[in-house]
Design a protein around this ligand. Structure first.
Ligand code: KG4
Length: 333
């Protein structure tokens, strides 16, 4: 079964062609990150307009690179939530048009489910159930993946997503947007005990998280240093920051895994590319005996292939959407 998959929830326009869920025939992505870098963050109106400009040509490219024609498409999958509403709407309307014109089924896919599915592409042996830590620019949650289509949130951030926190810290340090990858790079060789940064606990909700205090701590540190004219140890700060994020995410993921008892842990989303997080999880899983599944770096960020993969499993479970499929800024997984 060949699925044309569309993703436009934030600042990447992506169209992929995926065969039988796990074979990626093409994965075309147009990133707008350079444009939003001027503003230090995604400008929703610009994102929507750029999706409109890019999406049709990107679909042509995806078909060409897959070596197929539009008559070969069996179904169309699209991210319908969560995301920037104007941005998601572009993908949803494009996918609807294609499905309508070709008279093929339309499958709305939850973006975070897509991120989780990136692991199926990387690991042909991975099947639910497992626990997945989903960490991106817009979402941070620990999910009990009971089956390909039944999921339960075990814990989540009460405020900022971890990726958002990386981006804001990088912005105040003036090291670029999006900030996660440059922070990760800067942290290499830095002393992770150099700055004492907070690791928040949510009383009474052991698997929930909070990152706003960490973000504020970095902002205050930088402002104080600027006021006093003191130089910061930037690699040390980036390493201390990465350690604080990882120290928040890893123990909760391990606790969730213990609670579920599946013996399998995966991670997903843009922040899943973080080298400190990956190394800490590898160490923790080596100790606990859980099998760890890390997505390929190329599939951590937003892409169409993951939507095509999850779309396939949603289709097998009987999900079909109609022409009244809407886009949503927030939606339960
Ligand atoms: O999954 P994604 O592409 O978009 C969303 O669905 O939100 O995630 C983007 C986020 C950004 O916040 C970016 O800074 C972060 O992932 N990110 C990283 C790394 N690479 C990307 N964060 C930490 N370390 C990285 N290596």
């Amino acid at each position: 079964m060949i699925i044309l998959a569309v993703e436009s929830s934030c600042d990447e326009t992506a169209v992929a062609v995926v065969r039988d869920g796990r074979t990626v025939l093409s994965d075309a992505i147009a990133s707008q990150a350079d444009m939003h870098a001027t503003y230090g963050g995604v400008v929703p109106e610009i994102a929507s307009r750029k999706h409109v400009e890019a999406i049709a040509a990107l679909a042509d490219r995806a078909l060409r690179e897959a070596g197929i024609g539009k008559q070969d498409i069996d179904a169309v999958a699209v991210t319908y939530a969560p995301g920037l509403i104007g941005a998601v709407l572009v993908g949803v309307n494009f996918a609807k048009s294609v499905a309508y014109a070709l008279k093929k089924p339309l499958i709305g896919v939850h973006h975070v489910r897509g991120h989780i599915a990136a692991n199926y592409i990387t690991h042909p042996d991975l099947e639910p159930p497992f626990v997945c830590l989903c960490v991106s620019g817009g979402n941070t949650m620990i999910v009990d993946v009971k089956s390909y289509t039944e999921m339960e949130i075990l814990g989540a951030t009460r405020d900022d997503a971890a990726g958002e926190c990386f981006d804001k810290a990088a912005r105040v340090l003036g090291i670029g947007y999006p900030g996660g990858a440059p922070m990760d790079k800067l942290a290499q060789g830095g002393d992770d005990t150099r700055y004492d940064l907070p690791r928040a606990h949510v009383a009474g909700a052991e698997l929930d998280m909070s990152f706003s205090g960490l973000k504020t701590a970095v902002v205050n540190l930088v402002h104080n240093a600027n006021q006093k004219g003191e130089a910061l140890d930037l690699p040390g700060l980036a390493a201390s920051f990465g350690a604080a994020v990882s120290d928040t995410l890893v123990p909760r993921t391990m606790a969730a895994a213990r609670k579920c008892g599946y013996g399998k842990i995966a991670i997903a989303g843009g922040v899943a590319a973080n080298s400190r997080l990956r190394a800490d999880l590898e160490r923790a899983c080596a100790k606990s005996g859980d099998k760890l599944y890390l997505p390929a770096l190329s599939l951590c960020g937003d892409n169409g292939a993951m939507i095509g993969c999850q779309g396939y499993y949603e289709y097998l479970a009987g999900k079909r959407d109609r022409m009244d499929l809407n886009a949503y800024a927030t939606r339960d997984i």
